[in-house]
Design a protein around this ligand. Structure first.
Ligand SMILES: Nc1ncnc2c1ncn2[C@@H]1O[C@H](COP(=O)(O)OP(=O)(O)O)[C@@H](O)[C@H]1O
Ligand SMILES: [Mg+2]
Length: 262
């Protein structure tokens, strides 16, 4: 479990402000959703947090140590899961050990029993132990994304970063993937950050929410603080109504609950 501090994080691409003075602190073990429209800076934030992108200024500290280069205890999951279709779920998961054991060893599957055990254990965490032998290309999009999560878990991270991990999935598979991400966070004592644009899925699974708009943090709060008004604030002029489709309790209902003081 790791304590994460984002301190004055700023990233400019020429004249483009991708992130501007973003700061927040997340205690170990939280499950955090990053919200914001396309272009608001979600990917840039996650890339800076994993040290894939150097910030213009500010820094990210994990357990007090500045993230200046990628570290195995911080794992990233992408929307494009980069799963190798011809390999089994198990072999794909094993390649997660790459950061620790080197590409060639990993590719040739020269891992020790410990790594093999970790790959199976990770597949178990994402509910795919029974499918371990199955070729990835024969799996559904949601299952493939779960293989991607397993691969990240083999790295034995303490912080898990997922950039729109459910963006290309149907609503049912998206919820499955979110459920497994949450289960993995709890089982493995992770501190997890997930960027999402589907508000209803975010509210169903998230505990803490950080909202970005034009690279600035415009919201930081827990589930009960993420009111409809707060969502409107994060999404500005964008019509968020469609983003609530499929939610059991209607958006209006909840607003009435929190807004009606006798
Ligand atoms: N490599 C890059 N070069 C130039 N501009 C970039 C680059 N990456 C992101 N941006 C810009 O930074 C802003 C934030 O982008 P991004 O972090 O991808 O947002 P999101 O993930 O929320 O869609 C956007 O204006 C985007 O065009
Ligand atoms: Mg993005």
């Amino acid at each position: 479990m790791s304590h994460v501090v984002v301190d004055g994080l700023t990233k400019h691409y020429g004249d483009v402000v991708a992130l501007e003075d973003v700061s927040f602190e997340v205690p170990a073990g939280e499950f955090v959703i990053i919200l914001g429209v396309s272009g608001s800076g979600k990917s840039t934030l996650l890339r800076c947090m994993s040290a894939l992108t150097p910030p213009t200024s500010g820094e990210v500290r994990i357990d007090g140590e500045s993230m200046r280069r990628p570290r195995p205890e911080v794992a990233m999951i992408f929307q494009q899961h980069n799963i190798i279709g011809d390999l089994s779920a198990y072999s794909n998961a094993l390649t997660g050990g790459m950061n620790r054991s080197g590409f060639l060893e990993s590719f040739l599957q020269l891992q020790d029993d410990d790594e093999k055990y970790r790959a199976l254990d990770a597949l178990d965490t994402v509910g795919l132990l029974e499918e371990a032998e199955q070729k990835a290309r024969r799996m559904s999009g949601g299952q493939q994304q779960r293989v991607g999560i397993a691969r990240a878990l083999v790295q034995q991270p303490e912080v898990l970063l997922a950039d729109e991990p459910v963006a290309s999935l149907d609503p049912g598979s998206a919820q499955d993937v979110m459920r497994y991400l949450k289960a993995a966070t709890e089982e493995r004592d992770l501190t997890t950050f997930i960027s999402l644009h589907q508000v209803n899925i975010a509210r169903k699974f998230g505990e803490r929410f950080i909202g970005l708009q034009n690279g600035r943090k415009v919201f930081d709060g827990y589930r009960d603080e993420l009111t409809i008004d707060a969502v409107d604030e994060i999404y500005g002029d964008i019509d968020t109504e469609g983003m609530f489709v499929g939610e059991e309790t209607g958006a209006g209902e909840e607003e009435a609950e929190t807004g009606a003081a006798p």
